[in-house]
Design a protein around this ligand. Sequence first.
Ligand code: NI
Length: 139
Amino acid sequence: MPHVERFSISMNRELLKTFDELTARKGYPNRSEAIRDLVRNALVEERWADANEKVAATVTIVYDHHTRELADRLADIQHHHGSLVVAATHIHLDNDNCLEVVILRGLSGRVRQLAELLIAQKGVKHGRAVYTTEGRDLW
Ligand code: NI
């Protein structure tokens, strides 16, 4: 457990009021936890700016499995990037639509490229990647 330091922050009243409303709306127990999350988000984002950081990501895609060859194409892409794909889960939303979550891990540049490639496939109705961290050096 890292040593906890206390410090004070100066902020204009209006900004603080808005921040407190945000903190409450998001369910944070206090300002400190909300600020810690903001700092962590900034650090993770910074890490992703470097293409050679070890990172993790999830890619969520929704698609119609009747779209010609799309399911095969998505599987092919994952096979060709086997070293980056940790796991994939597929559920059938209804008669037509599938939801797939692909978990990726590797160097940020390659992970981002693969995430973008999956989302960009013709027939994917919606795709979103969450670029996160392996958690080391982040407290
Ligand atoms: Ni399906």
